[in-house]
Structures are given as structure tokens and as C-alpha cells.
Write a protein that binds this ligand. Structure first.
Ligand code: PLP
Length: 453
């Protein structure tokens, strides 16, 4: 008898999920005891939540909390501290300030670097671009905080360069900054899907260096996990006085591993870096950071008010470095996670899925009817199922079919992306529980499903 696998989620379509959730929105005059409430949620909501704990969850960057992080997160809920200001939490504000400094050092930045916690990588990238634009405005002799875009002589010619595979949060960033998506200029990638350094330099010449205010280097692209050449790009930018932002929301954590750190060479040259501990680091959502090489760079974000963060306040007010005046005490679960695990175990947690992806990539290469599409730099594996004598023009539709079928079963999750014109299947390994055999199991399942197309 074959044992039925545990589901990762129901696999139900949106209509069914909506139907199941309806009772949760029927608010009544009379409340219910928590035990009853729990039973209601167990019945109606839980089946449709994703169980990240299972190694067959291979679609996105989410993880269950690491136990030390969970410990800190539970305390967070208990104390519910605001942390942007000394008056709302001296311990919270100070721990956050100290933690930011300690993390900068952990990532090899200099003593005068600093960081701020953010809600998510998207906002970290957005703030980095704002700080970059501010410095660019200063060089043109005005204060962006006061004059806004009207201070620029050529507001239609303000460019950000990034990899063609950069995360869409950068598009959000240029939209919100009022620059429009036309200001975001994609640079082609090489065969490893890393931003092509030569083409990057060509783009600088084409656009005119004086119009480029920022270059974003992605350290771990979202679709393929590739790490752009940070040192080479940074060197080109320093010569041209262009702000360098490293979007390491996904990948920066891997720079802590000795076997992978060479990929991140030059990160200390960047003006700013973003990192999401709420991804593979296992710290509960929301937990993101924006680091800056020079602590003074954050002064561009500073806003004082008479009642909150006043100008002459001698106390530490972390809220002076970013926009929210209320946000979670994100430093606590990150600190408790590192204290509980110790650096050695934390690194092992990061390393193990990367090793699994490396091994699985080698095996997939040897398999009939499976095609490895990109040599993985980090924890993402992209492949296609290519049955023998299968019509080339139907290959994309085959991958779509496989994706839909596998997801509808709810026992394995995967994702898909585009590689030029090709649709490819994408497996992500962030949890230390994901071993190469789990990744291969999903790839083989895809090959089997292809037979039913
Ligand atoms: C490279 C990269 N940058 C930015 C982001 C956005 O981060 P967040 O989801 O925390 O907003 C992601 C998310 O996957 C990412 O992979």
C-alpha cells in the first residue's frame, strides 16, 4: 500500500478558499471563547495556509521560524514595543541601534557604517534609491528633501541601472519616487544570469554618466539566485561617482559562508545594502535591513518633530533613519536567533540548502528529459522537462501544465519563471530540511506529470 503524502496546503482554487473563509467574516454581537475560535480557524483557515516546514515546499523564500527567532518573536508579541524612539522603549531603541552596528560588522562593513530595520526588502530598496538621489541632488547644489524633483535641471534624465533580472521592487521604487519606470534601465546578463560588466560600462557611456544616480547590484537575483559582480560594478561606479546599492534581500546572508563569500567580493565598497532576515534566515516576517557604508548617509532621512524625535534629544532615536514612526522590534528575534544558534549553526543552516541545490543541479544535468537552465550561484534551481521528440513550440505550455498540475495536488510546491522566451520551472531551497533528494523528487515528479500532457 502506498502511503499518502502529507499535504503542504489544500491545493484548492480561489473560489473554494473564499467559500471556506466566509464564516470568519461573519462578525456577530456576541463573541466566542478562544477554544471555539481556534477550532473555527483550524477548520476554515489552516488547510489553506502553507506549511513551510515540509521539505517539499520549494517555491518561494519563506521558512518556519528558527526556534531562537521564534522565542524572540513571542516576547515581541508579549511586550509589543515600539522602537523608533527612546521614549517608547529605551531597551528597544538601544538594542536596535547596537544590533544595527553589530550586523554591519558581521557583514564586513567598516566601523562608521550603520543600518536601519525596515518592514521589507521592497522598502529598503526604495529608501536606498531615495538616499542615492538625495546625494546626487546635493552635488547639483540643492536639497532634495525640500525641493523635490523640481530642483533637477533635467528631471527626465535621471537613471538607475540594474540587472535585467533585478527584483520588481525597484520598479515600485522609481514609481514612488516620481521618476517613472523609464528611469530604470535594465542591463543584460551573462550566461550565468549575472549582470554583464562590459554591457554595464557600455550603458554608462550610452546614457551619459552624469545622468546616472544609482546602480543596483543584485546579490542573489529572485528568479535564478545569481550574484552580480559587485566588485567590478562598484569599481566602475566609484570612478563615475555613482551610488552603488546592493540588493541582497535574498542573497546577502550567503556572503557569511566561506565557500560562497568570493561571489560577494566588493560588497564593502557599496554605498548601501539591503538584506531580508525574514527570508532564509528564519526570522519571522517582517524583518529587513538597510545598511549604509557611511552612517551619515541616513541623515538624509531625518525628520524631527516637537513631540517625537525632537531636534536636541540626546537619546538614541532609531526612527531618524527611516520613515515609519511605528514599526516592530525586529532586532529582538534576530538577536535571540543568533544567540540561540551561535554563528556556527546559523551558517550551517544557510549552507545546507545551497549544497543540496548544487548536488541536485549536477544530477539533473545527467538525467534524460530534464534540462538544467542556469548553473546555480545560490539556492535556486531552474530546469525544464524536455521529453524526447516533443514539439519545441509546445515546450512552454508543457512547463505551465506541469506547474499547474503539481500545485493543484498540494503535496509539492514549485514556481516558474521566464528565461528569455523560455518558461522554466524553478525550485527554491531555503530551509535546512530541503535535501538534494527532495529537489530531485520534485524534478522527477515533473517529468512523470509531463507524460500526462
Ligand atoms: C532580490 C530581491 N529584492 C527585493 C525583494 C523584496 O523583498 P520583500 O519581499 O521583503 O519586500 C526580494 C523578494 O523576494 C528579492 O528577492
Amino acid at each position: 500500500m502506498t502511503r499518502k503524502k502529507k499535504k503542504i496546503f489544500s491545493g484548492a482554487p480561489p473560489e473554494k478558499v473564499a467559500e471556506d473563509l466566509k464564516p470568519l467574516l461573519q462578525f456577530k454581537e456576541k463573541g466566542m471563547p478562544l477554544s471555539e475560535l481556534r477550532a473555527l480557524l483550524e477548520q476554515h483557515l489552516f488547510p489553506h495556509l502553507m506549511d513551510y516546514e515540509q521539505p517539499q515546499f520549494q517555491s518561494m523564500f519563506n521558512t518556519v521560524p528558527e526556534p531562537g527567532a521564534k522565542f524572540g518573536a513571542v516576547l515581541n508579541v508579549q511586550f509589543n514595543q515600539g522602537v523608533t524612539n527612546w521614549q517608547v522603549s529605551p531597551g528597544g531603541a538601544m538594542l536596535e541601534e547596537l544590533c544595527c552596528k553589530a550586523l554591519c560588522l558581521l557583514f564586513g562593513l567598516a566601523l562608521d557604517s550603520d543600518a536601519t530595520f525596515m518592514y521589507c526588502g521592497t522598502y529598503a530598496n526604495q529608501q536606498a534609491l531615495y538616499m542615492a538621489l538625495h546625494r546626487y541632488a546635493e552635488k547639483q547644489g540643492f536639497d532634495l528633501n525640500q525641493k523635490g524633483l523640481t530642483g533637477f535641471k533635467h528631471p527626465d534624465k535621471l537613471y538607475v541601472l540594474c540587472s535585467q533580472d533585478a527584483h520588481f521592487s525597484l520598479r515600485h521604487a522609481v514609481r514612488t519616487l516620481g521618476l517613472g519606470e523609464k528611469s530604470l534601465v535594465p542591463v543584460p546578463v551573462d550566461s550565468n544570469r549575472r549582470m554583464d560588466e562590459k554591457k554595464f560600462r557600455q550603458k554608462i557611456n550610452e546614457l551619459g554618466r552624469k545622468h546616472i544616480f544609482c546602480a543596483v547590484v543584485t546579490a542573489g537575483t529572485t528568479p535564478f539566485g545569481s550574484v552580480d559582480p559587485i566588485a567590478g560594478i562598484a569599481e566602475a561606479c566609484i570612478n563615475e561617482d555613482i551610488w552603488v546599492h546592493v540588493d541582497g534581500a535574498y542573497g546577502l546572508a550567503y556572503s557569511l559562508l566561506s565557500e560562497w563569500e568570493h561571489l560577494f567580493q566588493g560588497k564593502e565598497l557599496a554605498d548601501s545594502l539591503s538584506w531580508d532576515p525574514h527570508k532564509q534566515f528564519g526570522v519571522p516576517i517582517p524583518n529587513s535591513l538597510l545598511m549604509a557604508k557611511n552612517e551619515k548617509d541616513f541623515e538624509r532621512m531625518t525628520l524631527y518633530s516637537d513631540y517625537f524625535n525632537p531636534r536636541q534629544d540626546p537619546h538614541p532615536n532609531p526612527g531618524l533613519k527611516s520613515a515609519p514612526s511605528t514599526r516592530p522590534f525586529s532586532a529582538l528575534p534576530l538577536v535571540t536567533s543568533l544567540l540561540h544558534q551561535g554563528l556556527r549553526r546559523a551558517k550551517h543552516r544557510l549552507r545546507s540548502p545551497l549544497e543540496a541545490v548544487r548536488r541536485a543541479a549536477l544530477d539533473i544535468k545527467k538525467e534524460d528529459e530534464l534540462e538544467l537552465n542556469v548553473k546555480p550561484d545560490t539556492g535556486i534551481l531552474c530546469f525544464r522537462v524536455k521529453p524526447k521528440d516533443f514539439p519545441k513550440e509546445k515546450l512552454n505550455s508543457l512547463q505551465e501544465f506541469i506547474y499547474e498540475h503539481v500545485m493543484s495536488q498540494g503535496e509539492h510546491t514549485l514556481s516558474k519563471t521566464k528565461l528569455g522566451e523560455k518558461t522554466v520551472l524553478r525550485l527554491v531551497a531555503v530551509s535546512p530540511k530541503v535535501q538534494s533528494r527532495h529537489l530531485l523528487e520534485t524534478a522527477f515528479l515533473c517529468r512523470t506529470v509531463a507524460q500526462t500532457y
